[in-house]
Ligand binder design. Sequence first.
Ligand code: ADP
Length: 317
Amino acid sequence: MTEAVIRARGLVKRYGNFTAVRGVSFDVYRGEVFGLLGPNGAGKTTTMEMIEGLRRPDEGHALVAGYDTRTQQDKVKEAIGVQLQSTSLFDLLTVREMVRMYASFYPKSVPVDPLLEDMILTEKAGDRVKHLSGGQKQRLAIALALVNDPQVVFLDEPTTGLDPQARRTLWDIVLRLKERGKTVVLSTHYMDEAHVLCDRICLMDSGQVIALDTPRSLVRSLQSESAVEFRLAEAEGGAVEEGQELRVQRLQAVAEVKQVQQRGEVFVLYTDALQPTLVDLIAAAGAEGWSVLDLQTRTATLEDVFIHMTGRSLREA
Ligand code: ADP
């Protein structure tokens, strides 16, 4: 069950002096949803485009379905479907016309009507593209990626800019693609999306792979179930402002704390024993003359894995 349908090896892409992708390697297994998760600018799109054969790597290579993306472009094209950015759709065509036109580009294509039905576009088939909502346009872009019945489907940030309901609909579509045996490579900067959809996640930052595993194993690698977030202020009459480093040291000593992260004014404590940590945090704050503000507790997530590895949040990076 672990046949690799994509093998990326040492991919490097430079733009002038700037190296956008710095030696990325991974395998994608047949039938899995594989996520590239990272903040804007991490190199997800560039990596995908090198694997799709749309951008030439400066170093390294990628095999898709056994074909080299540098030298066997035609074979690769037959094996893959790439979701277009919705800005590249033709506004004046109807949905059905657009799909038919795409189908005509390939020697072999799937029937149009069942495809539109799968993408929940049957009712919109006669409407012009320019009248579609954002979610409908994204679903049309996925329909176009599927016209040649590809083995591997690439979706680049498919839900960016969509409202919550349209995102959910798209998640259902991705899960259905997987049920039908498609391999899906998906890039996203939404950790909840990656968690729900992906069998494995390749966490990227600054053009590099920083972790690659199942969502569950990535979160488990933190060895902490809970995160406690808060800000600190000096309580009235409290001690003189002390250095942040001393605060972090003091917080490290709070009961059961595995790790302390600081991002701007916000501290995050990771713990497997929430209650003793909270009780001792409040006691420590009392003893140090700090006020604990905006206290929140939550289950640790992929976001915390990213923070743990980079010291930055996926959102702010
Ligand atoms: P992501 O998809 O993770 O947001 P990208 O792969 O789009 O990241 O971009 C990675 C980095 O490469 C970014 O800093 C981006 O500005 C830069 N970049 C992407 N394409 C080009 C290009 N054609 N010319 C110069 N820089 C680029």
